[in-house]
Design a protein around this ligand. Structure first.
Ligand code: NAP
Length: 500
């Protein structure tokens, strides 16, 4: 049941102004517009909560995470119903994403119970060492304090209110203030109800979690500028992420901004793989490009292949696959408009030919395929920019030497993919060291859509894929973003945090 309010430290509060949700189908609902004053109240409560939550035991936090997962599961049908309405995503996708969301909450519970993430070190005192004695030194990772979280439109559960950022921050011991996404305020609210219920059931300080609905941009700007916020987890567009990142850097006391942004995720199809199974790779690419209407940060928007008959076969199969895909509903009117702008930008690019694509109106996304020579792609930087939607560009390079030039020219990526056969090994050996510097995740003979939540995952990469190439936003390693190492020198045992 929707309440239509913000959740501020355990209290459901309204505000003077409201905004209406714009669902893809079903009824619209009114939600209160967030205000800087509500942000202040939420952050102050988070700081107060940190006094206890930052010193809570790992078992207590694991219990909270598991309870949140249970409460989300208990609201599964309501979440799916409003989530499908607000986003236009199919029911199965919402259910799958809910599974991923509760799965990562439980994974973090298991992870902190193991304790490895604390990276504990102890250099024992050496009082008799000459010429100087050594003190007793212990180090562990400690939580930062209140964390701000911004979710993205395209993952209303797994990268939103109780998504990976929130799960990682709570696991670390950091209270969280979420700025609700205006594309799915109802879904966000029901998930916040689940978190509220879990907090009340486990007796944790209510300031540990707040949801301030959006509706106006000053909510987000106040949140990242609030002096008590210690870090920001952001998933979204390059434009939005960069604006908020700059605000964090301009603060009197700058704080880390972990922005997970867009990417074009290039695929490099090496000659023998193209000759042996170019058409199969083309068909697979079409499937990956159109998954979720292409609204994935890991969408492989660029395929690089050596010009010639193998490239023709690859491109023809991709074209056939895309032609066979029905139009899909995009997440918001704004995203559909941005997709059309992106199509026009690519179509106007240097030497670009349109292979297929018709037109798309309203929230409809029709797939588009374009082709361009390696020379033209290298000369036109705009062709590197993410188009959020089912659009692919085949970059037809002269030879593998030019493929290396493309690899050198690509900006930071979430993923880079190689399609290779055994006899492509020499070319792959030349490419891999270049690609390793560009992306957080390298793949062979598969497609990057689909991000496993596990210990080894790296979902991040050099700018503009993310604002912090040392971090990941998916998987257990993502907890590191919300921790800092503290060294305790000769501190009496009774004063140390329990984990030490
Ligand atoms: P978005 O438009 O940047 O919005 C993300 C959040 O930031 C929203 O809450 C939005 O507020 C807020 N925001 C944006 N610009 C702002 C500004 N200038 N000042 C204050 N707040 C601002 O992104 P999106 O459309 O939701 O998500 C799609 C993008 O996310 C794509 O580019 C996709 O590739 C990327 N993405 C990346 C990952 C990853 O892990 N790397 C995962 C999923 C998606 P409003 O609610 O007011 O709009």
């Amino acid at each position: 049941m929707l309440i239509g309010k913000h959740l501020i430290a355990g209290e459901w509060l309204g505000s003077d102004a409201t905004f209406s949700s714009e669902p893809a189908h079903g009824p619209s609902h009114d939600f209160p517009v967030g205000t800087p004053a509500l942000v202040d109240a939420a952050v102050e409560a988070a700081e107060e909560a940190f006094a206890s939550f930052g010193w809570s035991t790992r078992a207590e936090r694991a219990a909270l995470l598991r309870k949140i997962a249970d409460e989300i599961d208990a609201r599964g049908d309501a979440i799916t119903e409003i989530g499908t309405q607000e986003t236009g995503l199919p029911e199965a996708r919402l259910q799958g994403e809910r599974g991923r969301t509760v799965g990562q909450l439980r994974l973090f519970a298991d992870h902190i119970e193991k304790g490895d993430y604390l990276d504990m070190r102890h250099d024992q005192a050496m009082p008799d060492r000459a010429p100087l004695p050594r003190p007793d030194l212990r180090m562990i990772q400690r939580p930062l304090g209140p964390v701000a979280v911004f979710g993205a439109s395209n993952f209303p559960l797994a990268f939103s209110v109780a998504g990976g950022d929130t799960a990682a921050a709570l696991a670390a011991g950091c209270p969280v203030v979420v700025k609700g996404h205006s594309a799915h305020p109802g879904t966000g609210e029901i998930v916040a109800q689940a978190i509220d219920a879990a907090i009340k059931a486990t007796g944790v300080h209510p300031g540990v979690f707040s949801l301030v609905q959006g509706g106006k941009r000053d909510v987000g700007t106040r949140l990242v500028q609030h002096p008590l916020i210690r870090a920001v987890g952001f998933t979204g567009s390059l434009g939005g992420g960069r604006a908020l990142f700059d605000l964090c850097a301009q603060r009197d006391e700058p704080i880390p901004f972990f922005g997970e942004l867009g990417s074009v995720n290039p695929m490099f199809i090496l000659p023998q793989a193209a000759a042996a199974r170019g058409a199969g790779i083309g068909t697979g690419w079409a499937g990956s490009l159109t998954m979720g209407a292409g609204q994935f940060c890991t969408n492989p928007g660029i395929a690089v292949v050596v010009d010639g008959p193998e490239a023709d076969a690859f491109q023809a199969a991709a074209e056939a696959g895309l032609n066979a895909t029905a139009n899909q509903t995009m997440l918001t009117d704004g995203i559909a408009d941005a997709y059309r702008d992106g199509v026009a930008r690519v179509a106007a690019g240097t030497g670009v030919t349109q292979v297929m694509g018709t037109s798309c109106a309203a929230r409809d996304a029709a797939p588009y395929l374009f082709a361009v020579s390696g020379d033209d792609w290298l000369s036109d930087h705009k062709l590197q920019e993410e188009v959020f939607g089912p659009l692919g560009i085949v970059v037809r390079v002269r030879d593998t030497a030019q493929m290396l030039q493309v690899a050198r020219a690509v900006e930071g990526q979430l993923t880079c993919t190689l399609h290779l056969d055994d006899s492509d090994t020499a070319d792959a050996k030349a490419l891999l060291p270049l690609l390793e510097r560009k992306a957080g995740r390298l793949l062979a003979n598969s497609f990057p859509t689909g991000v496993e939540v596990c210990d080894s995952m790296v979902h991040g990469g050099p700018y503009p894929a993310s604002t912090n190439f040392g971090a990941t936003s998916v998987g257990t390693l993502s907890i590191r973003r919300f921790l800092r190492p503290v060294c305790y020198q000769d501190i009496p045992t009774g004063l140390l945090p329990e984990d030490v």
